[in-house]
Design a protein around this ligand. Structure first.
Ligand SMILES: [Zn+2]
Length: 222
């Protein structure tokens, strides 16, 4: 799933009963644990760690590291929602060779200025990292109306903590937005060509979720 709204990926996966597999987390685990415990003791992990740290995109692609890591992931053994991958058409091609490829590539989009409003409106739980959005966002011209999303009793939905405060990270937001934009057309073109693209313009935030779900289920069945 390819989108700026990370929260939505988690909700969708829980709702259809499959795990969320985050490629960034998989890579981070290799970097942190390679050679340090039995699960990551094989020399493959040491090599992959060095490639990740050197940001050697060519080596990672040539050795099909991403799909090898997915094969080793217990969570990815059945159906799953994959996030933060693929990021370009080369990676998309590699992924198509993994267990017959994706059932659907879901692209969820929002206008840029709304994304900025959402980012500036972001709080995070300091104990578990879940994001919350205390203000509703309305833009009548663009037909956008996103409800606020914040626990009424002030306690985090996931972990119960009341330690919820400022969660915006402008630097990484801008970096992610730029990388998203530079690869968007290429990736959407790739999946559109294979008839796997589910393109959804979000207007009402989480309220749109049921409509999106139907669209995805329709896309998977046909
Ligand atoms: Zn929490």
């Amino acid at each position: 799933m390819y989108s700026q709204m990370n929260q939505l990926k988690g909700i969708f996966a829980v709702d259809i009963g499959v795990p969320v597999v985050d490629m960034n987390t998989i890579l981070q685990n290799v970097v942190e644990q390679a050679g340090k415990n039995e699960e990551f003791s094989h020399s493959f992990f040491l090599r992959v760690r060095d490639m990740i740290q050197a940001e050697d995109a060519d080596a990672l692609a040539k050795e099909k590291v991403y799909t090898k890591l997915l094969r080793l992931s217990a969570q990815a053994s059945h159906g799953f929602v994959l996030t933060n991958f693929p990021n370009n058409s080369g990676q998309a091609e590699e992924l198509e060779s993994f267990k017959g490829g994706l059932n659907a590539f879901v692209h969820v989009s929002l206008p840029d200025d709304i994304l900025v409003d959402i980012e500036e409106n972001k709080l995070s739980c300091k104990d578990c990292g879940r994001f919350y959005y205390p203000e509703e966002i309305i833009d009548q011209e663009q037909g956008v109306h996103i409800e606020s999303f914040i626990p009424e009793d002030g306690n985090c939905h996931d972990c119960g903590s009341s330690n919820i405060s400022e969660g915006s990270d402008p630097i990484s937001f801008e970096r992610e937005l730029n990388s998203y934009k530079s690869n968007k057309d290429e990736l959407l073109g790739f999946y559109d060509h294979y008839g796997l693209l589910v393109d959804y313009e979000l207007k009402k935030g989480f309220q749109d979720f049921d409509k999106l779900k139907k669209k995805i289920q329709y896309g998977i069945k046909h």
